[in-house]
Design a protein around this ligand. Structure first.
Ligand SMILES: Nc1ncnc2c1ncn2[C@@H]1O[C@H](COP(=O)(O)OP(=O)(O)OP(=O)(O)O)[C@@H](O)[C@H]1O
Length: 301
């Protein structure tokens, strides 16, 4: 797969503090990638470095194969971004903002379409000083999207959005990604991010801990399987005898590992003459995966 963004060995200090340490990751064309990690991990610093807003001591950033740095901005013409708070002028309307920022052909059509898609029609002609936090946030996102960028970088885009606006934003991002736009998105609202991204890059203490698809994340770390049997107590004892521990939930829950496979569980229960009524893969949500990865990383450190 071709990459729209490549970050190689990126390192940055603020004074003595190392904010980024050999950060490596990629964003494939048309992919929606989540940048996640605890507060202060380095997410915003990475995004600002990609946008040429910060210098860095070491490493390389390439957008569509062209290098980007504080001194080399050309490739950023293909990028739209919303980092921290949108730059909004209180005495201009939302429409004025979009008109001022739109470049290229058919700007009126593109503005109309985006305003409709983002459901901003009712306030787009009002002065921005009267906008709520969520309205400003939507305008900031519309400004990032207006010039049909190839890569869109959004830092906490769901901030201040109500559930309907969050869903509208998700629909807009999905439809743009389907048309080939790539996204790098940070968010603390992992339950929302999970509905949107196909991949995540996990950052902690300025380092990439992991880049993985959501499907791989959910299955690599913890693969919980729940069983319903004809006799859960007897099943628990039989499984303990072959070294498989089960948690008491509704039914029997075990974590599938190379030494505790579903195949071994089924064989053991059949041998003990216990019927299996149901087998459910529980998987993990993004939040649980993130916490367990960060927890394991601390244990290994
Ligand atoms: N301009 C700056 N000057 C000095 N230190 C900074 C500056 N910007 C960020 N840092 C430090 O760099 C580290 C990474 O910060 P960054 O804002 O990138 O984290 P983040 O992952 O975006 O955090 P959050 O989730 O809280 O937004 C933090 O320790 C922060 O204090």
């Amino acid at each position: 797969m071709e990459n729209i963004l490549e970050v190689h060995q990126l390192s940055k200090h603020f004074g003595k503090k190392q904010a980024l340490n050999n950060v490596d990751f990629t964003v494939g064309k048309g992919r929606i990638v989540g940048l996640i990690g605890p507060n202060g991990a380095g997410k915003t610093t990475i995004m600002k470095a990609i946008l040429g807003l910060f210098s860095y001591e070491k490493g390389q950033i390439k957008i569509d194969n062209h290098p980007v740095s504080e001194a080399s901005h050309q490739a950023l013409a293909k990028v739209g971004a919303l980092i921290e708070y949108p730059a909004i002028y209180p005495y201009l309307t939302g429409l004025d903002h979009l008109k001022l920022n739109a470049t290229g052909d058919a700007t009126t059509e593109r503005i109309d379409q985006l305003v409709k898609q983002m459901k901003m029609e009712s306030y787009i002609n009002r002065k921005a000083k009267n906008y709520s936090l969520g309205m400003k946030q939507k305008l900031g996102i519309a400004l990032a999207l207006i010039n049909q960028p190839e890569l869109v970088i959004l830092d906490e885009p769901m901030n201040g959005l109500d559930p309907q606006a969050t869903k509208d934003l998700r629909d807009v991002i999905m439809s743009q990604a389907a048309a080939g736009t790539s996204f790098l998105i940070s968010s603390h609202i992992l339950s929302e991010l999970e509905k949107l991204v196909s991949e995540v890059v996990i950052i902690d203490h300025g380092e990439v801990i992991k880049q993985a698809t959501i499907a791989n994340l959910n299955h690599q770390e913890n693969d919980f399987i729940m069983l319903k049997t004809s006799d859960d107590a007897a099943a628990r004892t039989s499984l303990a005898q072959v070294g498989i521990t089960t948690a008491e939930a509704p039914g029997l829950v075990f974590n599938q590992t190379p030494s505790a496979t579903l195949a071994l569980v089924i064989k053991t229960l059949v041998k003990a003459d216990i019927d299996i009524y149901d087998v459910v893969h529980q998987g993990e949500d993004l939040e649980a995966s993130l916490l367990s990865i960060l927890h394991n990383e601390k244990k290994e450190a």
